[in-house]
Write a protein that binds this ligand. Structure first.
Ligand code: AMP
Length: 542
């Protein structure tokens, strides 16, 4: 027997409809690419998104068309997303930090027909547009007065293009499983792979993200997503913030400490989310200026392991609660968040920090397990580590075009490629990427643990641990270190600092100092490049 409840497909435009009806006057504040701070409201966004939808249909776009965005976090970018989704087309976020050839490859692979592009990226698009055969429409996110001279054929200024639609438009309806958005994984090895979100997965993910023990945002919050919309959907904030009706503050292209601080302060931001490097940059700014963060209540830090020292500084000195989180593009992206269950809530000091260094537990909507190489589930004991696998309504079940099929099994589990352990309380801790883990004498050494420990040294700016060939052990750890400006810690000082804090056989065999550690387009340490760089390194122990 079927239930007798209404069919109410989970479509993304319902989020913005609700924001307009319930929170229409709530502000969206953007640092525009042209420079000034621009203020709009959910009512404005709702109206303009329908204009985008109507105008796209006038240009012949429709159901299933991929329309790219190459843009920073601004209100215009949000309008473009909702307008695209509202006709059943698919927003496809492009990461501008990738190499131009990679972006062209991704656009061609996706078959992008149109693109919304920020002023900043017009020169980049000029370089690659000719190699994307499917591309037939370029909309520059600005007005005629700021429109640059461009070689892009038929490029139009967004505001004038938009003004040609009156907004008398009803969202198209379709099945909730229709594709809504697309994002390619950063692809540190092999070609990038396309993840295709659906309306249903985006709406469910927005609900999962907003829950009190996940990000925990409400109508009373002022949310600043520093994490870009092109990095895994701004971690769902472009959907969960309108869903709850929080005020939204968009940083545009200025992500340095001073610019972020200015917005945090002037807009009284209560909640923010970004990768660790952003929070480290802001810390440096705060320390230099002596500024404090009286309004900021909570920050979510993820995308890479958050150093313990960063968590404790924000909490102890600035009174900001830190929620460490883990996720991936394939998971929309939230996987786990380190909020406190009752048994952890009473922890204090170092014990609390120990718990917070874990990536946390999975909210309802994410199932996880760790397995050995034979796919046998491993115990949740807080130390046995293995491959982390996940499933849920906002987790990919395949990549676009069938790439990477080996990562999905018949029971619906997705192999994340991360190595982790889970404790009896359900808290997961990432110990490595499967391809980065150091295999010494058949046993695994966690590079993330070594790195976190090393950056706790006051004179170390950044550290990366990699496996280097060793005739007896197969591989042994080498610690690659960037020193803080003006500091000269020696190899032995760093090793002495680490000694006793990890198992003896995990200790790096050597330390190499470099001026810079290479990063991927999403801010992760590029281990493949580092391993290449130190391919012929001879360890003193060998
Ligand atoms: P992306 O799809 O670019 O967001 O990358 C996802 C990957 O980033 C994950 O599979 C992890 O390897 C890594 N990652 C994300 N969050 C964390 C975290 N809190 N700690 C350690 N690694 C993380």
């Amino acid at each position: 027997m079927l239930g007798l409840m209404q069919e109410w497909p989970l479509l993304c435009h319902k989020l913005i409809d609700n924001a307009e009806r319930q929170h229409g006057g709530r502000e969206i504040v953007s640092r525009s690419i042209e420079g000034p701070i621009v203020r709009t409201t959910y009512a404005d966004i709702h109206r303009r998104a329908r204009q985008v939808a109507q105008r796209l249909e006038q240009d012949g776009f429709g159901l299933g068309d991929r329309i790219a965005t190459l843009a920073w976090n601004t209100a215009r970018h949000i309008e473009a997303w909702y307008g695209i989704m509202g006709i059943g087309a698919i927003y496809h976020t492009l990461n501008p930090r990738l190499f131009p050839e990679q972006i062209a490859w991704i656009m061609s692979n996706a078959g992008d027909k149109g693109i919304f592009v920020d002023l900043t990226f017009v020169p980049l698009l000029e370089k690659i547009a000719g190699s994307v055969p499917s591309l037939r429409k370029v909309i520059v996110l600005t007005d005629q007065a700021h429109m640059p001279r461009t070689t892009l054929p038929g490029a139009v200024a967004y505001e004038e293009w938009l003004a040609e639609a009156d907004g008398a438009f009803a969202w198209r309806t379709f099945d909730e499983n229709t594709a809504a958005g697309m994002c390619y994984t950063s692809g540190t090895t092999g070609d990038p792979k396309g993840v295709l979100y659906s309306h249903r997965s985006n709406v469910l993910h927005a609900m999962i993200a907003a829950m009190p023990d996940a990000m925990g945002i409400s109508a009373r919050d002022v949310v600043l997503p520093v994490v870009p919309m092109f990095h895994a959907n701004a971690w769902g904030l472009a959907q969960s913030t309108p869903m709850v009706g929080a005020k939204l503050v968009m940083p545009g292209c200025k992500m340095d400490g001073a610019s972020i601080y200015e917005l945090l302060d002037s807009e009284k931001v209560t909640f923010s989310a970004a990768v660790p490097t952003v929070w480290m940059m802001l810390l440096q700014y705060l320390e230099e200026t002596g500024n404090m963060l009286p309004n900021l209540r909570k920050v979510v830090i993820g995308g890479a392991a958050c150093p313990r020292a960063v968590i404790s500084k924000y909490q102890d000195k600035y009174g900001v609660e830190v929620v460490h989180a883990w996720g991936m593009t394939e998971m929309s992206p939230l996987g786990t968040l380190c909020t406190m269950k009752p048994q952890y809530e009473t922890l204090e000091g170092e014990a609390r920090l120990d718990a917070q260094c874990k990536q946390g537990y999975a909210p309802f909507g994410v199932e996880m397990k760790v397995t050995d190489d034979d796919d046998k589930a491993l115990p949740w004991d807080g130390h046995t580590f293995g491959r982390l696998k996940v499933r849920g309504p906002a987790v990919a079940r395949a990549y676009y075009g069938g790439a990477g099929a080996e990562q999905f099994d018949a029971e619906g589990w997705f192999d994340t490629g991360d190595v982790a352990h889970i404790d009896a309380g359900g808290y997961m801790q990432i110990t490595d990427r499967a391809k980065d883990v150091i295999k010494s004498g058949g046993e695994w050494i966690s590079t993330i643990d070594l790195e976190n420990l090393a950056v706790g040294h006051p004179d170390v700016a950044e550290a990366a641990a990699i496996g280097v060939q060793h005739s007896k052990w197969g591989e042994r750890p080498l610690l690659v270190v960037v020193r803080k400006p003006g500091k000269e810690p020696s190899r032995d000082e760093i090793l002495d600092f680490m000694r006793g804090k990890v198992a003896k056989w995990w200790m790096p065999d050597d330390v190499a100092f470099v001026a810079e550690i290479p990063h991927t387009a999403t801010g992760k340490i590029q281990k493949t490049t580092l391993r290449q760089q130190f391919r012929d390194y001879r360890l003193p122990t060998d």
